[in-house]
Design a protein around this ligand. Structure first.
Ligand code: GLA
Length: 410
């Protein structure tokens, strides 16, 4: 990893020239970050453009105190619409009405809670919400973020006519590296240019699809090419991508809708469980200041989170589908496995899994679940109960739109 000095803002344009003269070709992604999928919160799914410093502080207070920080959540990310204008030298300013104390003070506040701070920009001229984008200001913006102490950048893809994704994201990666403050780089170009094929060394995570929509299995058509997808639709769109994910470079099926009021508690649980099976970034998208105990316990189930955060870093896969029930499998470090039975239908369904007659092989991890040779202990991750061993077939009842998730340990 290359390290570059951070340059104070007051040195302004002179330092920018210096930065640009340094030859960006050597710059690299910060390679030690996001060794497991990032965990945090993002403002967009709940608040859209209605963000201000008080709200962000309160959300940070909530995350630090309610058990989420203890469960591993770390980043507080302000999405679109925090921006004011650029000043006469081109430096971006936060919206003065909504962020009267300035961004540095807010970042310091979040850091003071033992959390990290994320911000949002766009590779084009404008963000999706019509605020100033970073096109032509990449090094300047990266320097500004470093000066503020920003630890995470979500970088969107609106208003990018004439730009190529690989070049545009590489430019910002280099700018962030040059600015010298470690930043997790979250690429949000919706899978359009297949970032999984080229972004391994560019971003730490990349969106694989258009936006999530707060429903179980609907398609929201916003006109033109602009569609948003329910949780099950997003899940289906992850097919064929698992071999591209791993420590430091994750597929991102978008921020979660858990606790945002449209999904039932069972659906919230299934949504969360499937994101963990996918080794997805766990970015909560609900109002952490007022969450019911059910939502909080879903978001903070440590045994389920451990499946997502498993150090082996292999994304799970759909092993079988029968009637409305899918069987998902994820290999874990130390020879363990997670299995998740997902019932996509409304009616409760019994499942039986016979370890002897259904051998599991994972092409990506190059590993077999050899239950005929090894006896694993089974734990039900949502109830926390022991559930026998693989000596006998596993039986359970999966409620409609819900999961039964288990961990096999040697
Ligand atoms: C795009 C992104 C969303 C969100 C909005 C903000 O739609 O995909 O996640 O950041 O822009 O305008």
């Amino acid at each position: 990893m290359l390290n570059f000095p951070s340059i104070p803002l007051k040195t302004g344009l002179a330092s920018l020239a210096l930065l640009l003269g340094m030859g960006s070709a050597q710059a690299q992604k910060y390679t030690q970050l996001a060794q497991t999928p990032p965990m945090g919160w993002n403002s967009w799914n709940k608040f859209a453009c209605d963000v201000d410093e008080q709200k962000i502080r309160q959300v940070a207070d909530a995350m630090a105190a309610n058990g989420m920080k203890a469960a591993g959540y770390e980043y507080i990310v302000i999405d679109d619409c925090w921006h004011g204008r650029r000043d006469t030298l081109g430096f971006i300013q936060p919206d003065k009405q909504r962020f009267p104390s300035g961004m540095k003070a807010l970042v310091d506040y979040v850091h003071g809670k033992g959390l990290k701070f994320g911000i949002y920009s766009d590779a084009g001229n404008k963000t999706c919400g019509g605020r100033p984008g970073s096109r032509g200001h990449e090094y300047q913006d990266a320097t500004t973020y470093a000066q503020w102490g920003v630890d995470y950048l979500k970088y969107d893809w609106c208003a990018t006519e004439g730009l190529k994704a690989e070049g545009a994201y590489t430019t910002m990666r280099d700018a962030l590296a040059r600015a010298g403050h470690p930043v997790v780089f979250s690429m949000c170009e919706w899978g359009t240019a297949k970032p999984w094929l080229w972004a391994n060394n560019v971003g730490h995570l990349w969106r694989t699809t258009g936006d999530i929509f707060n429903c179980w299995d609907c398609l929201q058509d916003n006109g033109g090419d602009w569609k948003a997808y329910g949780v099950m639709r997003i899940l289906d769109m992850q097919d064929g991508l698992r071999q591209y994910a791993g420590p430091g470079h994750w597929n991102d099926p978008d921020m979660m809708e858990v606790g945002n009021g449209k999904l039932t508690p069972n659906e919230d649980r299934a949504h969360f469980a499937m994101w963990c099976m996918l080794a997805a970034p766990l970015i909560a998208g609900n109002d952490l200041r007022q969450m019911n105990p059910q939502t909080l316990s879903t978001l903070t189930n440590k045994a389920v989170i451990a499946v997502d955060q498993d150090p082996l870093g292999v994304q799970g896969f759909r092993f079988a589908a029968k009637d409305s029930v899918e069987t998902w499998v994820k290999p874990l470090a130390g020879g363990d496995w997670a299995l998740c039975f997902l019932n996509r239908g409304r009616k409760s369904q019994p499942v039986t899994f016979d370890w002897k007659t259904q051998p599991i092989h994972d092409d990506v991890a190059k590993r077999d679940l050899a239950a005929d040779r090894t006896r694993y202990k089974i734990r039900n991750l949502w109830t926390g109960c022991e559930a026998g061993t693989t000596a006998k077939p596993f039986r359970a009842e999966v409620p409609g739109h819900d999961v039964v998730m288990i961990r096999l340990s040697k």
